[in-house]
Write a protein that binds this ligand. Structure first.
Ligand SMILES: *Cc1c(COP(=O)(O)O)cnc(C)c1O
Length: 408
């Protein structure tokens, strides 16, 4: 039995089966390349669901983490520490917001945004206590907590986990009219992903985000943008909202904020919004810890030059051009922005999973989202040559499947 088969067998036997990983066991990585326990190399085209935008083992992020590890790792929020101010001020500047509330995971940051919006609704907007509603979109993905899965429309994420928290209205994604119709006096927020990642990298129609902004302003409702996956360089801008020049009231950030090293998430908003929280009303033992802040500061520094955003834009243009050329040759549609693409494979050829397994055998690691959709989101440090090579592998895999489906 190979080393990887042994480890996979033990993992399957001793861990909950809440994931269906590809049968590969990673041992180490640098940049965009991974090596498994047998020494085989793979190009990472998932980047930890965009947690690794700056690459595996990014030297600046690792240096910041190492320096901090040797000095101070945890204080809790009972005390200040010397990385906290710079992290909050830095992220505040990056988002253009007054204040930042650090948490750990994306789901916790979404929960934070929900709590803040409700409190703001009662204390500032004057919604009667216990009545606040939040508008969300179909096919959303905001995390896995009991409250969040309650407003998911994905049966796998939602079913069997009730009773569900009330106070959410689900509307069609991409329709500003649907949001307008769902708003009433109890509405405190509209919570949406500016590009829906888990749904298959769905880009809303042009103008949608701008219309949501207008509707929210007109109705005194907070616009919450969940940029956990779309933010921090992935789309070719710092935030996906930037493509439409739209500024939400609250940014929800996570994934790449932790530099691929530690979980770091945050909510950023102005004082009139985040200022509603008083001591004791919200918190997290690990949120804003020294190691997380040191890594977060390094990430913010990397983004401050615009280099990564520009690179995602340029490589993204190439990726999309190459992928679009496959339409009609096993690919049905290509969506996305920047270095982020959702690719619908012709379902008569193969499932997304089968494509991913075939790509794995050729040294490309990528993950399906739903059905026949696969998602390209390599680390932004990937070379142009390697990126082109990954698309070559997809091209060959599609040709192989087409050969099987239609015998000559
Ligand atoms: C991944 C993700 C989350 C949840 O983040 P976790 O760190 O897994 O809790 C929330 N929102 C979006 C848009 C995401 O992609």
């Amino acid at each position: 039995m190979s080393k990887s088969s042994e480890l996979i067998e033990l993992s399957e036997r001793r861990s909950a089966h809440n994931y269906h990983p590809l049968p590969v066991v990673i041992h180490e990585a640098t940049g965009a390349w991974l090596t498994d326990v047998e020494g085989k190399r793979y190009l990472d085209c998932l980047a930890g669901y965009s947690s690794l935008n700056f690459g595996h083992g990014n030297p600046k992020i690792l240096q910041a983490a190492r320096d901090q590890l040797d000095r101070l790792t945890l204080t809790s929020r009972a005390f200040f520490h010397d990385q906290f101010a710079d992290f909050c001020a830095g992220l505040g500047d990056l988002t253009g917001k007054d204040m930042v509330l650090p948490m750990n995971t994306g789901a916790e940051a979404v929960e934070t945004a929900i709590k803040v919006a409700r409190k703001w609704g009662y204390e500032v907007k004057g919604v009667p206590d216990g009545q606040a509603t939040i508008i969300v979109a179909e096919d959303n993905f905001h995390g896995r907590t009991t409250t969040i899965v309650g407003f998911s429309t994905d049966p796998a994420a939602r079913d069997g986990f009730g009773p569900y928290a009330p106070g959410f209205r689900i509307v069609k994604y991409g329709s500003a009219d649907a949001v307008r119709e769902a708003i009433d006096d109890t509405t405190v927020a509209v919570l949406i992903e500016p590009i829906q990642g888990e749904a298959g990298v769905l880009v809303p129609p042009d103008g949608y985000l701008g219309q949501i902004r207008e509707i929210c302003t007109e109705n005194n409702v907070l616009f919450i943008a969940d940029e956990v996956q779309s933010g921090l360089g992935r789309t070719g801008e710092t935030f996906a909202c930037d493509h439409e020049g739209v500024v939400p009231d609250m940014y929800v950030l996570g994934k790449a904020l932790g530099g691929g090293v530690v979980p770091v998430s945050a909510v950023a908003a102005d004082a009139g919004v985040l200022g509603v929280l008083k001591p004791g009303q919200h918190g997290s033992t690990f949120g804003g810890n020294p190691l997380a802040c040191a890594v977060g500061i390094a990430v913010i520094d990397l983004l401050s030059t615009g280099e990564y955003q520009a690179r995602a834009r340029e490589l993204g243009a190439l990726l999309h051009e190459r992928l679009r050329a496959l339409i009609g040759h096993g690919v049905v549609t290509v969506r996305g922005r920047g270095l982020w693409a959702g690719v619908d494979i012709d379902p008569s050829l193969a499932t997304g999973r089968e494509i991913c397994e075939a790509l794995m055998r050729r040294g490309v690691l990528i993950k399906d989202t739903h059905g026949s959709t696969i998602r390209f989101a390599p680390p932004i440090v990937v070379s142009q040559e390697d990126l082109g090579w990954a698309v070559d592998q997809l091209t060959d895999v599609l040709t192989e499947f087409a050969g099987r489906a239609v015998p000559a």
